[in-house]
Design a protein around this ligand. Structure first.
Ligand code: ZN
Length: 754
């Protein structure tokens, strides 16, 4: 039946579909690759959409946030599932600070009175929306307690550039309560930047232009955010450090040394609350002052103005700051010959409320992989390396469960972890992959062997064709011509963060999406009803996620030589370096231009005397930057990587049958290979945040939504910290040089294999 459907589709779309090439998976010899592909075929037939649907119904039946009874019940149920599939399974507990709301108030006290409802209402045809007694009401976790009153100021997304715009209009937020839109940055940046500018409170709302009625019909008639829908979330200062605020750098075990709440660095300085666009509208409508620039305007039927005031707002936040227990489910299949090399896969199980999409849609795919591995095991399959599957608790408040686990097991992980593969949410559409560039070639091999359930193209081919259609200029050309689809770097949005950023464990994140737009993120409406009406309602993309992630895990666990490729890393690092140079030049040009304009009286001339704006202050010009060490390091990695990839292909061609002395050499090579990403970390970490040790990626400190590449020098340039730049460049160069040395030594060892 499949071939007919394939050729029919091929004719309809005019695309010539070749049968999927049976390519030996990267890392295997011709013979071992054949055996691997046969097991993969058996594996891929097992994941079952109807079981995923039933698991989602069960896991999202009640709110299951950290500390709730259903969170624990889910963890125990997940543990029992793994056990029934034949995995060696345990729950690991951690004790973390997780504040839950006791008091929440937002009211406008003048010129008119309005009290915000701060409530999401039940919808008659959505059964779980009525579980009020079990729901966490709308709030943001790790907001400081406080009771404040002040004039209201609209600050757009609330990122530093927005405050520069406010300054030009002569508007200060000192003593004010700011109201910011969701979007444009990580949520926790908004109260942080507001407090730095002297604001006393922060409101964050979801504008209907972004995920409400302007984007589509609202729930339950459509997938978008209804007027009362609120996005919960964490506002902890995660770019400083993720995980439990009381135990930075160490696992939050029973007897861990803890900071006091007052000492914790990642709690906001000012009270913060999220509100719906229903509640935001009267507040924004009561603002006066100049009309905001067009980029700031949203989708409400009002004129958006800056303020300050005359609207005055009173807000109060008070939380229960008690310690709650996390339940991480950790399941293992021990490896046979390489048991001390670990392949790790995870998805979180906690949610803000019912969380059908986030995170259950990813978790149910992971559970089906686990069941499939159990079945393969009963048929005689065994992984060479140890496979560890995790269902993390406490991701939502701040990557708590994964971070505390990584911190507790840091020494073992640094030695044994081959890679970490994460998923979080899953939907309909395109195969999304982000991750370590040394795994780019590997993951392209996986994506060429998984079929998109709706178009029947391979998932990679579909992404490639969409990039040809949507890409511009070089991107389109690259999509046509580059051997591998480019994957982007990982930020800090999910549980891979501490694996990658802290330890240098090569990591990837998988998920389908792009045809599943919705406005239910972190609200009570992210539930079974919404998911089964508006997202992957047949769970066929759930099955595709199981197939992709399961195939990746199998290949990593059984490859003869670990499938890293460093040419992709070298080329991408070269691009990051080019971007840095461009950034330095454009910052330098901006400073020069602005200083000239100040001298030419441009700002005086263009300030409307009736609505005057203030001229910016003169800045000292950007110095020249010496890139020599980084250029050299980048070249040296490029050369070593090319040598390595050639040696790698030849070595696998030469290998066949078993040979005890060669097996021992291969084991040594694999042991060193799994350290390759660690070479990109530095002991010193990033300025002001020593937990972030990866020199090529880090979450953005201020404006970045996700990832900053070569973050040390990049932040020095963005923040005009010119005195630090040589040192930060040196750290990145050091990382690339360590990598180049390791890779060229490994190339020699591969050449010596007989
Ligand atoms: Zn999630």
């Amino acid at each position: 039946m499949k071939p007919i459907a394939l050729s029919l589709l091929a004719t309809l779309s005019g695309v010539i579909l070749l049968p999927a090439a049976i390519e030996t998976p990267r890392g295997f010899t011709a013979a071992s690759g054949q055996a691997e592909l046969e097991w993969e075929k058996k594996f891929s037939a097992i994941p079952d959409p109807s079981r995923m649907r039933e698991a989602m119904r069960r896991l999202s039946a009640h709110p299951h946030h950290v500390g709730s009874p259903y969170d624990r019940q889910n963890a125990e149920w997940i543990r029992d599932q793994f056990k029934s599939y034949g995995w060696d399974t345990q729950i690991e507990n951690f004790d973390v600070l997780f504040p839950t709301p006791k008091e929440r108030l937002v009211e406008m006290v003048s010129p008119t009175r309005y009290r915000a409802s701060l409530a999401e209402t039940r919808l008659p045809n959505d059964p779980t929306s009525g579980q009020q007694a079990e729901q966490l009401p709308p709030y943001v976790a790790y907001s400081a307690d406080g009771d404040v009153t002040g004039p209201l100021v609209f600050v757009n997304y609330g990122v530093p550039a927005d405050y520069e715009e406010l300054e030009r209009h002569g508007i200060s937020v000192k003593g004010a309560i700011v109201i910011a839109k969701y979007g444009g940055s990580w949520r926790g940046i908004k109260p942080k930047v507001a407090a730095e500018h002297g604001a006393v409170g922060c409101l964050i709302y979801s504008d209907p232009r972004d995920d409400g009625y302007a984007a589509g019909d609202v729930f339950p008639n459509g997938p978008m955010r209804p007027a009362q829908g609120v996005q919960r979330g964490s506002v902890a200062d995660m770019p400083t450090y993720p995980g439990d605020p009381l135990t930075p750098g160490v696992g939050a075990t029973k007897n861990a040394k803890r900071l006091t709440v007052a000492q914790a660095q990642t709690i906001t300085k000012i009270p913060t609350l999220p509100i719906s666009y229903g509640d935001a509208r009267p507040l924004l409508a009561a603002l006066r002052g100049a009309v905001v620039p067009s980029g700031w305007r949203g989708g409400l039927p009002i004129t958006y103005r800056f303020g300050p005031g005359p609207a005055r707002v009173h807000m109060r936040v008070k939380s229960d700051w008690s310690i709650k227990t996390l339940y991480d489910v950790i399941a293992k299949i021990p490896g046979t010959t390489e048991a001390d090399q670990w392949v790790i896969r995870g998805n979180h199980h906690d949610a803000w409320v019912n969380g059908a999409e986030d995170p259950i849609s990813g978790l149910v795919a992971e559970l089906e992989e686990a069941r499939a591995f159990g079945i393969l095991k009963s048929q005689g399959w065994r992984p060479k390396r140890t496979i560890i599957y995790a269902a993390w608790d406490g991701e939502e408040p701040g990557l708590l469960g994964s971070t505390e686990w990584v911190e507790t097991h840091a020494d073992e992980l640094a030695q044994h972890a081959v890679a970490y593969l994460n998923s979080d949410t899953n939907g309909r559409g395109y195969f999304g992959v982000e991750g370590s560039h040394s795994l780019e070639k590997f993951v392209n091999g996986v994506g060429r062997d998984v079929i998109d359930p709706e178009t029947k193209l391979t998932v990679n081919r579909r992404v490639q064709l969409s990039r040809i259609r949507n890409g511009r200029g070089d991107d389109r050309k690259e999509a046509r011509e580059r051997e591998d689809l480019r994957i982007s770097a990982l930020g800090s949005g999910s549980d891979y963060s501490s694996f990658l950023d802290h330890l240098g464990v090569p990591s990837m994140n998988f998920g389908f999406g792009g045809e599943d737009n919705g406005g239910i993120y972190h609200s009570i409406y992210d539930d079974f009803y919404w998911y089964t009406h508006y997202s992957d309602s047949t769970f066929v993309y759930g099955r595709a996620l199981s197939q992709a992630a399961g195939t990746a895990v199998m290949r990593l666990a059984n490859a003869d030589i670990l499938p890293f490729a460093f040419t992709n890393l070298a080329e991408t690092s070269g691009r990051y370096l080019k971007e840095l140079k461009k950034l330095r030049d454009s910052v330098a040009d901006q400073i020069t231009e602005r200083n000239s304009e100040i001298g030419e009286n441009v700002y005086f001339a263009t300030s409307d005397p009736r609505e005057p704006t203030v001229a910016p202050v003169r800045q000292s010009p950007a110095p020249q930057v010496n890139w020599d060490v980084l250029d050299k390091a980048s070249d040296s990695l490029t050369k070593s990587a090319a040598r390595y990839d050639a040696a790698y292909a030849k070595a696998l061609d030469r290998m066949s049958g078993s040979n005890a002395s060669r097996d021992a050499q291969v084991r040594t090579i694999n042991q060193r290979l799994l350290q390759a990403e660690r070479a990109l970390t530095s002991e010193e970490g990033l300025p002001g945040r020593p937990w972030y040790r990866h020199m090529i990626y880090a979450p953005g400190f201020y404006t970045g939504y996700g990832v900053k590449t070569m973050p040390g020098p990049r932040e020095a340039i963005e923040q005009h910290q010119w005195a630090n730049i040589d040192h930060e460049i040196g750290k990145v160069a050091g990382a690339l040089n360590r990598e180049a040395t390791l890779v060229s030594e490994l190339a020699r060892e591969l050449d010596a294999l007989r």
